[in-house]
Design a protein around this ligand. Structure first.
Ligand code: HEM
Ligand code: HEM
Ligand SMILES: [Fe+2]
Length: 466
């Protein structure tokens, strides 16, 4: 850690860990409900558990991105955060709004629009909070000593993410118009601007962890940004197939969304190439594993499994079934959850001065969570294909089919338990790392002379006893 104010990232990441744990709890509530054990129904009905599970997910992702930006931008811009105190205020406000929203869901205070359930008054608070965050990192870059491609891509990704939240707030009584606009937020986030945020964070991590030249890493960033926009914007059409929008969306959505995996493929090749080019052995290999893992798993979950149901001929049958949940889990996990766990794995040793990355729990966290999540994806996939066959092809009633596929959720629970062991190991390590240091713990080479040595960090930092 080069600058004192970067340590605010620690608190964003701590909030991530808390919400991530809660998200898993609600996942299990739903998995058991799917098996027929719905004892909590009176207090937490399925729809409430689902909204809580997915909104906690989105909240911890946003907190993770903000934490990542507060860690990365000062290093890239070569200065302290412009308004360090505002960062803390903004974190507390965000968590308070999030907790209020989640409690509200349990009392029926929500909008009932998948992923955008947060009630309108709280939406305004979210927007204000995120704009303050954007202003803070924007000023840090503006007043900084250098503007790198990495920080600009990260900044524009975050700014666009904030602005794209607004179309989702347009009021309408028309179901089709509502869906149409909802996808501007949900789709253009995960298959558009969040990919820019991802590109920016990955570029930072790869520069630091592999020692490959910044020029080379950032050249790839342009390719990824180009492919993302080329395919992702019109790719929104894969959500407009049979919802009352004009028929031309069938062809536009089909063609452009079929090209979306290319951006993720480029990321996978990028991660692996940089890994192989690595000119030196960075001591924090586990952070590198999470980073390259993100590149690969996002291709599998988002690219490959996204493609699996993106053509209109397929989506006609799979829409809104557990096939979607299959893809949703591995895509969110592979692209964004793993990315956040990567930046946490990289930055914690630097913020706390401790090096737990060599311990067995760090490896357990990576392997158990990834194998568990892959197995969960398979379980959802089997349940999903069975559901599509029985309900959509054979015309059985929705609830009869849900009974038929209950058995597959035993597999889900077993897989999710393995996943939880991994996630638990990660959180355990996070706690064991302890509090961040009051003063920067960077290497002697990180002298803040504006001519930063790209390869400098933990490798050269003096060993600090645990
Ligand atoms: C990291 C990137 C991605 C994430 C996090 C993600 C996540 C999700 C989620 C959560 C849903 C359900 C949304 C809802 O019903 O409200 C969804 C739907 C969908 N995704 Fe993705 N996705 C990603 C990338 C992709 C890509 C690249 C493709 C295509 C190649 C794709 C194709 C689809 C399709 C076709 C649906 C609609 C499913 C349905 O009709 O029920 N996704 N995605
Ligand atoms: C112990 C772990 C978990 C369990 C047991 C679990 C279980 C579930 C269940 C049962 C659903 C509802 C499916 C339905 O609509 O019937 C669901 C939805 C969802 N979960 Fe999880 N989950 C877990 C962890 C996660 C994680 C770590 C992520 C993201 C990284 C995630 C992302 C999602 C998403 C995006 C949806 C909505 C999918 C859709 O739109 O169809 N879950 N989860
Ligand atoms: Fe999409």
């Amino acid at each position: 850690m080069k600058y004192k104010s970067q340590k605010v990232a620690y608190w964003f990441f701590a909030a991530c860990m808390l919400l991530f744990s809660l998200q898993i709890v609600y996942g299990f509530i739903m998995a058991f409900a799917h098996m027929g054990f719905d004892g909590l129904h009176q207090i937490i009905p399925f729809n409430v558990a689902r909204a809580t599970h997915t909104n906690l997910l989105v909240m911890w992702m946003l907190l993770g991105f903000m934490g990542a930006a507060y860690f990365i931008i000062p290093e890239e811009a070569d200065r302290e955060i412009y308004w360090p105190r505002l960062a803390y205020v903004q974190l507390i406000a965000f968590v308070l709004v999030g907790v209020t929203a989640v409690i509200g869901f349990h009392f029926g205070w929500w909008e009932g629009r998948k992923f955008l359930e947060i009630p309108r008054p709280l939406d305004y608070l979210v927007v204000i909070d995120v704009l303050l965050f954007i202003a803070n990192i924007g000023m840090t870059i503006w007043k900084g000593r250098r503007m790198t491609t990495t920080s600009m891509v990260l900044f524009f990704g975050l700014l666009m993410a904030a602005l794209l939240y607004l179309p989702g707030m347009i009021d309408t009584n028309n179901q089709t118009t509502d869906s149409y606009l909802r996808w501007w937020v949900v789709h253009l986030w995960v298959e558009g601007v969040w990919e820019l945020i991802m590109g920016g964070i990955l570029a930072f991590l790869l520069v630091k962890l592999t020692g490959v030249d910044r020029e080379i890493v950032e050249k790839w960033l342009y390719v990824i940004v180009g492919l993302t926009f080329l395919s992702g914007i019109l790719g929104t059409g894969h959500h407009y197939y049979y919802i009352g929008t004009p028929r031309y969306w069938l062809i536009i959505g089909g063609v452009f969304s079929a090209m979306e995996p290319l951006a993720f493929l480029a990321m996978a090749i990028y991660g692996i190439t940089m890994w192989r080019k690595a000119g030196r052995h960075h001591p924090n290999q586990i952070a590198l594993l999470w980073t390259v893992g993100t590149c690969v798993m996002s291709f599998v979950g988002a690219g490959f499994l996204g493609f699996a149901h993106t053509l209109p001929q397929v989506n006609l049958y799979t829409h809104g079934t557990l096939v979607t949940a299959m893809h949703g889990h591995l895509a969110f996990w592979g692209a964004y959850a793993m990315l956040i766990l990567a930046i946490i794995s990289y930055s914690l040793p630097l913020m706390t001065g401790r090096k737990r990355y060599k311990g067995p729990t760090a490896s357990l966290a990576f392997w158990a969570s990834n194998i568990g999540m892959l197995a969960m994806t398979v379980a959802f996939g089997i349940a999903g294909v069975a559901q599509v066959t029985l309900e959509r092809r054979m015309g059985l009633d929705f609830l009869d089919v849900q009974k038929e596929i209950q058995v597959h959720f035993l597999g889900l629970v077993i897989a999710a338990s393995l996943f939880t062991v991994g996630a638990g190991a990660f959180i355990y390590d996070f706690i064991r790392y302890g509090m961040p240091n009051a003063e920067p713990t960077g290497s002697p080479l990180e002298d803040g002379d504006g001519d930063q040595d790209e390869s400098s960090d933990a490798e050269l930092a003096p060993e600090v006893a645990e």
